[in-house]
Ligand binder design. Structure first.
Ligand SMILES: [Zn+2]
Ligand SMILES: [Zn+2]
Length: 397
């Protein structure tokens, strides 16, 4: 009897141990399955258009970037964008002497290819469309509702020519020409557009050089980056308005957007596009009709009327109180967008954060005796000549 009890005890211990072993998983996820979260940048409808967030200047490891096209697609989606253009360098900095670069991060023998021409490497010229195919593969795999535009960046000598992005291309390979004006004509034939990148780079001036003048005068340039990365080019707003060019704000990202913008407490640099829908046709139409603003480091730059419409669509202004005795009116300002606005009246600045409200009491004008309207200088908007515009908020709309 005693023996059988000891045996039963021993057997149950063995079973318990096997059970305990079975319960230890090979892989344990402390956080469970956590999909990545996209930052949603909520912007209002303006004049019947949706406001899409775009970046039309991004590099990948196919040229001198450090992220592949698949990574760029995921990064843009996580950053809250709607449309991007991947624009790898078309040729080496040797300009006309260089041939097409090789659109492959590695050669057949596995060695990394540097910043060299196909001729120097003794291999066939690039297939630039392969870059786009890789991005499309990621779009299909992920289902991200993101629009990816086919493009490239051209850089030519003499150095005052600077850099240009060719966008909305059908076949990137066939737009090459030793003469940059001829290359741009090929871009136009494909229904593409050309934008002037980082306009102060390498020229030391924002004025048009003779070589630029030819390109602009021939109507080959459609737009200008008024912002590139964390840089803003104030002179460019006037030129865009006077010469009917479209304003862009792009990252020109080579590394990670999170590494550059993550600590700045702002979104990555973007072009805000006012378009009917998120199709290549509608986005291009908006760009050709100059319906864009540039966002850089919490600032919004562009043409005055569009800035005013954008602010008024973003900020609701309601009159909530009128005190005839004291001669003042109180307004409630509600920011219905993801962008913080800094509204100034004299020395007072109302920092209107996203999806928050503030009460503002305004009295009467001492000279006219009239009530002061809800009119503010917008400290984080720029229009002509680096100026902060002053706008009156529409009441009770
Ligand atoms: Zn460039
Ligand atoms: Zn670039």
């Amino acid at each position: 009897m005693k023996k059988s009890i000891i045996f039963l005890l021993f057997a149950s211990l063995c079973i318990f141990n096997v059970d305990a072993q079975k319960k230890i998983p090979h892989t344990y996820r402390p956080m469970g399955v956590q999909p990545s979260h996209r930052t949603e940048i909520i912007l209002p409808q303006v004049n019947g258009y949706n406001v899409y967030k775009g970046d039309f200047h991004i590099h990948t490891s196919y040229s001198d970037g450090r992220v592949n096209p698949k990574g760029r697609v995921t990064e843009a989606w996580l950053d809250g964008l709607d449309v991007i253009a991947i624009t790898d360098h078309y040729e080496g900095t040797s300009g006309l002497k260089g041939a097409l670069k090789v659109a492959a991060p590695q050669s057949a023998d596995g060695k990394a290819m540097g910043y060299k021409s196909a001729k120097e490497l003794g291999v066939a010229p690039a297939d630039f469309n392969a870059i786009h195919k890789e991005a499309e593969w990621q779009l299909k795999r992920s289902g991200y509702p993101l629009l990816v535009i086919k493009g490239c960046e051209m850089a030519r000598e003499p150095k005052e020519y600077g850099h240009f992005n060719c966008l909305f291309l059908k076949d990137i390979n066939s737009v090459y020409d030793p003469d940059i004006a001829e290359a741009f004509k090929k871009v136009k034939k494909q229904g593409g557009i050309v934008i002037h990148n980082h306009p102060s780079y390498r020229r030391g001036t924002t004025d048009k050089s003779e070589s630029h003048k030819k390109l602009y005068d021939a109507g080959l340039i459609d737009g200008v980056e008024v912002a590139n990365g964390v840089n803003f080019y104030p002179h460019m707003i006037r030129r865009c308005v006077e010469e009917k060019l479209t304003m862009f704000g792009n990252t020109d990202e080579h590394g990670l957007t999170s590494a550059r913008f993550g600590s700045l407490n702002c979104f990555r640099t973007m072009t805000l596009i006012f378009a009917k829908n998120l199709t290549e046709k509608a986005i291009k139409d908006a760009i050709l009709k100059h319906r864009t603003l540039a966002y850089v480091c919490g600032y919004v730059a562009g043409e005055e009327k569009l800035l005013c419409d954008f602010l008024n669509a973003s900020v609701e202004c309601r009159k909530v109180k009128e005190d005839a005795k004291k001669g003042n009116r109180t307004f409630m300002l509600t920011n219905m967008s993801s962008i913080t606005y800094r509204l100034r009246r004299g020395k007072t600045v109302y920092e209107l954060e996203p999806f928050k409200s503030v009460m503002v009491t305004l009295g009467k004008d001492k000279k006219t005796g009239e009530y002061i309207p809800p009119r503010f200088r917008v400290d984080n908007m720029w229009h002509m000549d680096f100026k902060n515009p002053t706008f009156e908020l529409e009441l009770d709309k």
